[in-house]
Design a protein around this ligand. Structure first.
Ligand SMILES: *Cc1c(COP(=O)(O)O)cnc(C)c1O
Length: 406
């Protein structure tokens, strides 16, 4: 059977909305359009009921209680709120924050912004496998440290950090632990109690929900976490996030969480098998391919690989019926190759030829097999045109060659 093209394999960037999620959302655009803050009529009550139902669905997925869930416009806002909210609330206590080099920009740029306002930020390096070192983390803590923010799983390489171990350290030191959970929630079991997480950012559109809606978990017990708001207004969401609630979006996020919770074990196993099939298929026919980041501590749906001796741009052009993401400069808004791969110690050449395969709920084995064949065909063809690959095959050490300039 022929696969339908183009193939979408970029599920870390966004996911299509699950039809079950859309169906649940639809009434809240039409007959149930009430403002969840309207207290005087049934339209408002229906909206409020739907929001509270969604709050419980989100909470259940991460082992929280409904009152600990704040709805936002997405994880960029949640990341901003958890970091700036703690920084402002506790600035008398200390001005030091610890994060790591390969966080999402929503975290890194928030930290950079705080540095302009008197905060000191430590950006921990990552090891070759893409995880932070716990010894580095412990060494970075000072009496002024008020917040440690480390992502659960990385969006480029899918590597999962030692979250429970970090949670133990933050707890021992009485430091708040804020986690960007976007790529992990709904994909692997996330438990805010077990891991001692105090704040957790979630996005709907990475888990088959709609774009423009997210949540922030804010711990209420042991300890009770207080936050300064970054958006002022009508005092919605217990004063932490003013603004009329996006009821259809929130309903969609809730449903997406419910589906994810129910299907996670089966879906995780299925995607892991597809991912491993993809990796094995590529490695069977191509030499000089390198996985970026730990395979052991990794999301089941992620594969990030570099293909030596090809040109990044030509590779992407060759596979233009497959939607993937690349660590190459040419495809992204910035001119640098991926800062994530650079932090791992991946050289520029290999960073430029890296491909992130992000498998998702709607990918099939036929699609994976198509991607394997296409990648092999394109990489092989590009290498046939590459004098460097030919020389390397002949055993010439290219790194030792002296280049003649005209
Ligand atoms: C997508 C993503 C975000 C941003 O989420 P939005 O809801 O799109 O604002 C933050 N962190 C990580 C790790 C992401 O993958």
């Amino acid at each position: 059977m022929a696969v339908k093209l183009p193939i979408y394999m970029d599920n870390h960037a966004t996911t299509p909305v699950d039809p079950r999620v859309i169906e649940t959302m639809l009434p809240y655009f039409t007959e149930k359009f009430g403002n969840a803050a309207s207290r005087n009529h049934s339209f408002g009550w229906a909206g409020e009921e739907a929001v509270e139902n969604a709050r419980a669905q989100v909470a259940a997925l991460i082992n929280a209680t409904p009152k600990e869930i704040i709805f936002t416009s997405g994880a960029t806002e949640s990341d901003n709120l958890m970091i700036k909210g703690i920084a402002e609330m506790f600035r008398e206590k200390g001005n030091h924050i610890i994060t790591q080099a390969i966080e999402h920009k929503a975290v890194l740029d928030t930290c950079k912004n705080l540095e302009k306002h008197g905060f000191e930020v430590t950006y921990l390096p990552v090891q070759r496998d893409g995880r932070i070192s716990l010894d580095d983390l412990k060494a970075a803590i000072t009496p002024k440290t008020i917040l440690i923010t480390i992502m659960y799983a990385n969006n480029e390489i899918g590597v999962i950090n030692p979250i429970a171990e970090i949670g133990k350290i933050t707890k021992e030191h009485g430091i708040f632990f804020a986690v960007d959970g976007v790529q992990a929630v709904g994909k692997v079991p996330v438990d805010v109690q077990k891991d001692n997480i105090d704040l957790l950012a979630i996005s709907a559109h990475k888990i088959y929900g709609p774009k423009g809606v997210g949540a922030l978990y804010v711990r209420r017990r042991n300890p009770r976490v207080q936050l300064s708001a970054i958006i002022d207004g009508g005092g919605h969401e217990r004063g932490m996030r003013s603004g009329t609630l996006n009821v259809p979006g929130i309903v969609g996020l809730g449903k997406a969480c419910e589906v994810a919770q129910k299907e996670m074990p089966e879906e995780g196993a299925r995607l892991r098998a597809l991912r491993d099939r993809l990796k094995a298929g590529l490695e069977a026919k191509l030499d000089e391919v390198y996985v970026n980041g730990s395979m052991e501590h990794r999301l089941p749906n992620n594969l990030n690989m570099s293909f030596a001796y090809v040109e990044g741009e030509s590779l992407l052009m060759g596979i233009n019926d497959i939607a993937v993401s690349s660590g190459s400069a040419c495809t992204s808004a910035t001119l640098e190759p991926s800062y994530v791969l650079k932090a791992l110690g991946v050289g520029e050449d290999l960073a430029h030829t890296s491909i992130r395969f992000g498998l998702g709920r709607f990918n099939t084995q036929e699609e994976v097999d198509y991607v394997i064949e296409k990648m092999i065909q394109v990489v092989t063809k590009l290498r046939e045109l590459s004098p460097l690959y030919e020389m390397a095959k002949e055993g010439i050490d290219i790194s030792k060659m002296k280049w003649q300039t005209a």
